[in-house]
Design a protein around this ligand. Structure first.
Ligand code: ATP
Length: 223
């Protein structure tokens, strides 16, 4: 059976979550208080309804507890976001993801039982900053305050070398999890696999180690 999702709040974030879920063939109920937004999603989502989710009876009548996953994407109105999340938790929704507007909002959402809190603007800001500082960092995923996964573009310094030549684990304490070569992904590279210029290396490690490795092996190619 198809998984059933409900997206509450059809702003830019909620709207793109809704659209992407629908494109992946999921059943999606799109909810907003704004009639215009709801009608915009009538042809995209499986169902689209005008409803105020801070009202307990409304949530009950939508059968919200039966959905596999509910995404709360109410942005500016933090009070509505918190109240909606609290009621979803009380009604026993299995999986609740909420967009937080700031750190205090995030703290409250975690306290009241949201299963996952996302901070898209902050996370995208961090990722873009890493990409701006080093053009070799294509993407960046923070795992904790100290550890990350980065996608690094292989330049001239590493091209034609094997993983054993570079000895990244011993020299920098990082691990290459995968190598993307065009459309192909080598998910568990061997020591004797060679790197070509333009390959994308997916590396996991401590931020300080990744930075050290990036400076000496990737920060390059001028000249
Ligand atoms: P984005 O940056 O993703 O556009 P935003 O931070 O601007 O989001 P808002 O526009 O504040 O987010 O809220 C997203 C949507 O949530 C709006 O379309 C708004 O009508 C809807 N919304 C706000 N409160 C409720 C509510 N109580 N029930 C249902 N929808 C709501």
């Amino acid at each position: 059976m198809k998984k059933q999702f409900a997206v509450i709040g059809l702003g830019r974030f909620g709207g793109s979550v809704c659209e992407s879920l629908a494109k992946q063939g999921m059943e999606v109920l799109a909810i907003d208080t704004d009639e215009d937004k709801v009608s915009k999603f009538a042809n995209i989502a499986t169902h689209a309804v005008v409803a105020n989710t801070t009202d307990e009876n409304t949530l009950q009548s939508l059968g919200i507890r039966n959905f596999d996953h509910v995404i709360v994407a109410i942005g500016d109105n933090i009070q509505s976001s918190i109240l909606t999340t609290l009621m979803l938790v009380e009604q026993g929704v299995k999986s609740i993801t909420v967009k937080a507007q700031n750190d205090y909002h995030e703290k409250v959402l975690n306290k009241i039982g949201a299963h996952r809190v996302v901070h898209p603007e902050r996370d995208m800001g961090i990722r873009i900053a890493h990409n701006i500082v080093s053009k070799n960092v294509l993407d960046y995923l923070e795992l904790s305050d100290e550890y990350s996964i980065v996608e690094l573009m292989a330049g001239k310094k590493v091209a034609g070398k094997s993983l054993v030549d570079l000895n990244i684990r011993a020299n920098y304490g990082c691990n290459i999890m995968a190598i993307k070569q065009g459309e192909e992904i080598n998910v568990s590279p061997n020591a004797d696999d060679f790197i070509q210029q333009g390959d994308i290396l997916i590396v996991i490690g401590a931020d300080t180690d990744i930075q050290r490795m990036e400076r000496s092996l990737f920060d390059e190619d001028e000249g």
